[in-house]
Design a protein around this ligand. Structure first.
Ligand code: AMP
Length: 372
């Protein structure tokens, strides 16, 4: 199975996924999506973050929604505000090209409940929530879960270790409709087994995927702390140390790409630019020079980098981390091809550590600091 269409995902979603650079289904997506689309079933997924599990349950849940009915049909419960926001954001992006919109709302503790109560008065098809806040909203009758067809428990073990056992039990009892329950957890402690026994069907499908399957394991991830004004010098030092190796530097803008190329050329490095404003002829010329090893480094924007298919690249440098995590996967995947090892190095300025932490969490990878 090489595409989401083959898994049964409809075209409007496939188009949106493509824009997010989600093109080849991950292991868990291949295992789960066709089953959830074909049959009404309970599901137990042993999977960590970074495996693509959000899309693995998010796309099938979207397929179950009847947008003509303005009632909550899907309920996703997750441990933290950040995860709720992340799931809601992904669902929103997946639905970009739908003809008839599906609306998802995210509710979580730590924010004024009044705002969430009024948000829920709009037609809402899917609610993504933390357990405590959801229970509060149910008890205030601000949300009705009586029509829920699919209930997802994401990171169930996290929810229990955060002390949400009682809330979860209450929610699972409140919702008495004939629903399907899909539970995802990285571990299976006894408390989870209890939930499965009490609330889920005995013939639930069970699947297990190992660790993170999205990022190539031969890539090591690093960051270097620096300041904006020092970035070019830091890059020059890294390139000098690796003068016998080739790599790609990613910049976020076309102007930034050209600027950096000029600065590095002035310092004597053999570098070429690849960005969207260049004519095809110029781009071909640069690619040829890079493939022939006449250039040590290509400086590229994310979009232009799609065409880079060069073996033996030892490193990828991020002038700045990309906004979207998928681009990190895509960028770093330029290196460590064909079973070789590669390094992915991000330049980080003060205030950007959170981005490193978010990337680690989303992709299930670990960054190490390089001190220059
Ligand atoms: P998750 O495990 O759901 O938290 O996903 C981790 C990251 O991988 C998210 O940024 C997803 O958007 C991204 N992602 C999910 N599925 C794929 C895929 N098939 N190919 C590339 N990236 C993906």
């Amino acid at each position: 199975m090489n595409s989401f269409s083959e898994l049964g995902i409809s075209n409007a979603y496939v188009k949106a996924l493509k824009e997010l650079n989600i093109i080849k289904p991950s292991e868990i997506q291949i295992a789960v999506i066709p089953k959830l689309l074909e049959t009404k079933t309970d599901l137990i997924g042993l999977a960590q973050t970074g495996t693509g599990k959000t899309a693995a349950f998010g796309l099938p849940i979207l397929h179950t929604i009847d947008p003509a009915k303005p009632v909550v049909q899907g309920l996703i419960i997750a441990p933290t505000r950040e995860l709720v926001q992340q799931i809601k954001k992904q669902l929103f992006k997946f639905t970009k090209y739908l003809d008839v919109k599906i609306f998802a709302e995210g509710v979580y503790g730590g924010e004024q409940i009044g705002k969430q109560v009024s948000a829920l008065k709009r037609p809402t098809h899917i609610v993504v929530a933390t357990p405590g806040r959801l229970l509060d909203l149910i008890e205030r009758e601000a949300v009705n879960i009586g029509n829920v067809k699919t209930l997802v428990l994401d990171e169930a073990d996290e929810m229990l270790s955060m002390g949400f056992k009682e809330e979860l039990n209450k929610i699972l009892q409140y919702n008495k409709t004939k629903r399907n329950t899909w539970l995802f957890s990285a571990t299976m402690p006894d408390e989870i087994k209890n939930i499965i026994q009490t609330y889920m069907s005995a013939d639930a499908i069970r699947i297990q995927v190992n660790k993170n399957s999205m990022v190539n394991e031969n890539i090591s991830h690093h960051f270097v702390k620096t300041k904006i004004a020092d970035k070019t010098n830091v890059i020059a030092r890294i390139l000098k140390k690796r003068k016998n190796e080739r790599g790609v530097i990613f910049c976020r803008t076309k102007a930034g790409t050209q600027n950096l190329v000029k600065q590095l050329q002035d310092k004597g490095f053999t570098v070429g630019a690849l960005e969207g404003d260049m004519k095809q002829k110029e781009r071909d010329k640069v690619m040829r020079a890079f493939k022939n090893e006449k250039l040590q480094v290509l400086v590229s924007t994310d979009v232009s980098a799609r065409g880079i298919d060069v073996n033996n690249l030892a490193f990828v440098l991020h002038h700045q981390l990309p906004d979207h995590i998928n681009y990190y996967t895509h960028r770093s995947g330029r290196t460590a091809r064909g079973g070789k090892k590669g390094q992915s190095i991000a330049l980080i300025i003060p205030g950007e550590m959170q981005k490193v932490i978010d990337t680690q969490k989303a992709l299930g990878i670990v960054f190490r600091e390089i001190v220059m």
